[in-house]
Design a protein around this ligand. Sequence first.
Ligand code: AVJ
Length: 326
Amino acid sequence: MLPSSAQARTASDAMAVEQFAADVRYYLSQSPPQLPSHYFYDALGSALFEAICHLPWYGITRAESRLLAAHGDEVFRRLDSLSTVVELGPGSGLKMRLLLDAAGPKPRPLTVHLVDVSQSALEIAAHTVGSGGDVRVTTHRATYDAGLREAAVQAGGRTLVAFLGSNIGNFDPPGAAAFLHNVRVALSPGDGLLLGVDLVKPEPALRLAYDDPLGVTAAFNRNLLVRINRELGGDFDLDQYEHRAVWDADRSRVEMHLVARSAQHVHIPRADVDLRLAPGDPIWTESSYKYRTGDVAALLQACGFRLSAQWIDRQDGFALTLAEAA
Ligand code: AVJ
């Protein structure tokens, strides 16, 4: 007999695999075939993403860290009597630690809720965020919406939601608006939202950020096929997929694809998939939308927030925006 927590873990893992299988089946049947980008983040995918954050060509994490270190104290000053922070998609947790450190001594006990689909990322983030000894940390292995609802139920007092790293870039514009609406609904007037958004910049910089000379991003992208092979019994032939990143200026997004180099016939038994690709056919694995500063303000206002402050990193083209639930 398993201890009840281990049992719960096993049951939720089984549910997660079933959801993965259903999503793989549905999205690969679209044209072009697609895969949802949040499945990048298994243990290896999360580690590869951490490596991406250190690449000289990927400026998002460094730009945001500079802004958090420089303005974190002001975030807390503008939200006096804050008692809860909810971070959606904390990754390694280093940025939240940076924000908490920048704020200095906390006048009251602060609880930080971390929401992530990746168990390995959550464990690392909880350790990193908790290492300051100045906050209580609670984790939620869940999607953003489900995790935010859970955290909001437990939260007492004034709350700040942090959505950093330009994670919002993975939503298409209607999806981003719907998501921010949900965040607003989970909050009360006076609660805060700290949003990190990557800005539109010249195409060569965008291409290098998503197709780096070390091939780390290519490995991150292909790891999705490794994960499907392992968890769903797929037979993707990894060398037969080329990593491609393209900037679509009209839609203001970088797309990542995996392009078949030759004709492919793929079986994924646990997802009941039988997929044929011709040479040059893409599987679309990610969209990363880029914003202009004015877009961010307009989007927040349309979703029930009032702009409180916006800080820009000119070096890498990144915006950190603090808004208040209106
Ligand atoms: C974590 C979604 C913000 O879009 O820049 C990095 C993911 N993809 N390199 C991004 C990613 C390729 C990243 N986000």
